[in-house]
Ligand binder design. Structure first.
Ligand SMILES: NC(=O)c1ccc[n+]([C@@H]2O[C@H](COP(=O)([O-])OP(=O)(O)OC[C@H]3O[C@@H](n4cnc5c(N)ncnc54)[C@H](O)[C@@H]3O)[C@@H](O)[C@H]2O)c1
Length: 324
C-alpha cells in the first residue's frame, strides 16, 4: 500500500513509522511541517516538508503517490495553549482534518487511522473512560478531537466505502524498545518526559500538581501506555480494516493506572538518584483518575501489548533521554 503519515516526524507518528518500516513493505510518505517534529525522527520513507494548510501540495502528494491509506497524527497538542488560543486548535486539528478527509473522499482513499485522545471523556465520574459513554471534553483540545471524530462518523455514514479507525490514546510514554526513536517534542508537558529530564539534570526541579486528591497516595492516577504498543495498535487497526473490518472507535490503554508519585518513585529507583520534586497546587481540570476500558481493540484487531510494564516504559524513556 501507499501510506500517507501526517505528523510522522513527531513523537507518536515516528514510532508508527519505525514499526511500519520493519513489519511491512508499504511505501511510506511522511507529510510534516516540522513545527514540533524533526527530520531525524523520519527513520524510513520519504519526508515531504509541508503544511496541511497547503492544500495544493497535499493534493499533489495524494495523487502523485497514489495514496491508499492515511495515518493522521499532525495536530496541535498542548492543552493549556488550546485554552488560551482555541482558534489555533480548531484550525489545525479540526479544519485541516476536514480538508484532509475531503481530499480522501475526492480521491477514493478508503482507509483513515486517526489519533484521538482520552481528553474527549473530560472527567469520567468513576475514573474510567469507556467508548460509548457520553463525552464531555473540558478544554478546546478535547473538543477539536471530538469534532473530528464526529466528522469521520458522519462521512463514513455517507460514504460506506470510507473506513476509519479512531484511536483514543491514554497517557503515551516511553521510547522505542529498539532505541531508534523517542520523544523529542520541544517543551513537552508529559510527566514521564519531565521526570526523566529532571532525573538526568536537564531540569533543576519538577512539580507535582496537587497531592490531596481522593486517591490512595493523593496524586492523580493515569493509564500510561508504552508508545510502541500504541504504535502497534495503528498497524493492527489498518490490518483489521484491510481484512474487512468495520469503522471503529477504540480506546488504547492498559486498563489500569499508576499515580504520579508511583511514576516518580519508579524513575528514582531506576536511575538511582533522588531528584528535586516540589508539590504545587492542583491544576484546573485535572481529574483524580482516568484509566481506559480497552478490551475491544484486542478482541477485534488482535492487538496484544508487549510492554505493559511501568519499569519498561520508564527505562526506555530514560535511555532515550540520555541519548538525546
Ligand atoms: N502525546 C500524547 O500523549 C497524545 C495523547 C493523545 C493524543 N495524541 C495525538 O496524537 C497525535 C500526535 O501527537 P504527538 O505526541 O506525536 O505530537 P507531536 O507534536 O510530537 O507530533 C505532531 C506532528 O505533527 C506535525 N504537524 C503539526 N501541525 C502540522 C501541520 N499543520 N501540517 C503538517 N504537520 C504538522 C508536527 O511537526 C509534528 O511532527 C496528535 O494528533 C495528538 O493530538 C497525543
Amino acid at each position: 500500500m501507499n501510506i500517507l503519515i501526517t505528523g510522522g516526524a513527531g513523537y507518536i507518528g515516528s514510532h508508527v513509522l519505525n514499526l511500519l518500516s520493519k513489519q511491512t513493505d508499504h511505501n511510506l510518505y511522511i507529510y510534516d511541517n516540522l513545527s514540533t517534529g524533526r527530520k531525524e525522527s523520519v527513520v524510513a520513507g520519504e519526508l515531504i516538508q509541508a503544511d496541511l494548510e497547503d492544500l495544493e501540495t497535499l493534493e499533489h502528494v495524494i495523487t502523485s503517490k497514489s495514496i491508499d491509506a492515511v495515518f493522521h497524527f499532525a495536530g496541535s497538542i498542548v492543552v493549556p495553549e488550546s485554552v488560551s488560543n482555541p482558534l489555533k486548535y480548531y484550525k489545525n486539528n479540526t479544519l485541516n482534518t476536514l480538508n484532509l478527509i475531503d481530499l480522501c473522499i475526492k480521491h477514493k482513499i478508503n482507509r483513515f487511522i486517526f489519533s484521538s485522545t482520552a481528553a474527549v471523556y473530560g472527567i469520567p465520574a468513576d475514573g474510567v473512560g469507556r467508548v460509548g459513554d457520553p463525552t464531555f471534553p473540558i478544554n478546546p483540545y478535547g473538543s477539536t478531537k471530538l469534532m473530528t471524530e464526529q466528522m469521520l462518523q458522519d462521512v463514513g455514514a455517507a460514504h460506506p466505502d470510507f473506513k476509519f479507525i479512531i484511536l483514543r490514546y491514554f497517557n503515551v510514554a516511553g521510547a522505542a524498545v529498539d532505541g531508534s526513536v523517542g520523544q523529542c517534542t520541544p517543551n513537552a508537558t508529559h510527566l514521564l518526559k519531565i521526570a526523566c529530564q529532571t532525573a538526568l539534570g536537564k531540569r533543576e526541579k519538577m512539580q507535582i500538581f496537587g497531592d490531596d486528591y481522593d486517591t490512595p497516595d493523593g496524586t492523580c492516577i493515569r493509564d500510561y501506555i508504552h508508545v510502541d504498543d500504541l504504535a502497534q495498535a495503528h498497524i493492527d487497526g489498518l490490518n483489521y480494516l484491510n481484512g474487512g473490518g468495520t469503522s471503529e472507535i477504540f480506546n488504547v490503554g492498559y486498563g489500569k493506572g499508576s499515580s504520579v508519585k508511583e511514576v516518580l518513585e519508579a524513575t528514582k529507583s531506576i536511575i538511582g538518584n533522588v531528584f528535586n520534586v516540589e508539590v504545587g497546587d492542583r491544576r484546573d481540570g485535572d481529574a483524580p483518575k482516568i484509566i481506559s476500558e480497552a478490551h475491544e481493540i484486542s478482541k477485534k484487531t488482535g492487538w496484544t501489548p508487549k510492554n505493559d510494564n511501568l519499569q519498561v516504559i520508564i527505562k526506555t524513556a530514560i535511555d532515550w533521554e540520555r541519548r538525546l
